[in-house]
Design a protein around this ligand. Structure first.
Ligand SMILES: CC(C)(COP(=O)(O)OP(=O)(O)OC[C@H]1O[C@@H](n2cnc3c(N)ncnc32)[C@H](O)[C@@H]1OP(=O)(O)O)[C@@H](O)C(=O)NCCC(=O)NCCS
Length: 173
């Protein structure tokens, strides 16, 4: 699968989270009403550490516009979450994705997603048939972004919880 596009933000890049850059990222925040849509970055990084310690494949990235940290994202592969459908467990998973409130609405989210897809298409933890994500049903911006990008809603929920998210999947072959 080849993926061709032109970035709107020419200086955007993904930087793997490491000891030198993690403190650029943990204070990036979404707006108050959006806090229901994504975990705080410091929680996500702690969760990533826990999964890495368990031998799981997880990669966190800072999203940068030039030297400015503007967002954070976390990808997993074959993460077995109890109560999650196979479409979420057996795949590359767009697990967390956020652009700080100061930088939203400038096309950085869409550009970052293109860069992430390029990275996923290198199959960094081996082949997979799909790239999955999930979002709160009332998160219209995420739903629009993901579906216009090629994620297809499956009609499934990501878990059994009351506040479960809607699942959407992009085939990778
Ligand atoms: C979802 C999110 C990452 C999008 O990032 P962004 O940089 O603001 O998005 P972009 O500027 O690239 O815009 C992407 C699309 O969403 C639309 N959009 C962005 N903000 C919007 C808003 N407030 N209202 C309506 N549409 C909006 C844009 O018009 C664009 O659509 P288009 O390309 O068809 O015109 C960002 O809003 C965010 O961090 N939200 C809170 C956390 C979250 O919901 N994460 C996803 C968890 S599943």
């Amino acid at each position: 699968m080849e993926h061709v596009y032109e970035l709107k933000n020419k200086n955007i890049r993904l930087e793997k989270v490491d000891p030198d850059n993690f403190d650029d990222l943990y204070d990036l925040e979404v707006t108050e009403p959006q806090k229901n849509f994504v975990a705080p970055n410091r929680y996500s990084m702690a969760e990533a550490y826990a999964h890495l310690s368990n031998g799981d494949f997880v990669q966190c990235f800072g999203i940068y516009d030039g030297e400015t940290p503007v967002g954070f994202t976390m990808i997993g592969h074959d993460i077995e979450e109890e109560g999650s459908p196979e479409s979420v467990n057996k795949c590359y998973l767009l697990w967390r994705f956020m652009i700080d409130q100061r930088y939203q609405g400038k096309g950085l989210g869409r550009d970052a997603l293109h860069l992430l897809l390029d990275w996923v298409l290198t199959f960094p933890d081996g082949p997979s048939e799909r790239f999955s994500t999930s979002y709160e049903p009332e998160n219209e911006v995420a739903k629009h972004l993901y579906t216009s990008f090629g994620f297809i809603p499956t009609g499934e929920k990501d878990c059994d919880d009351e506040d479960a998210e809607d699942v959407a999947v992009m085939p990778l072959n």
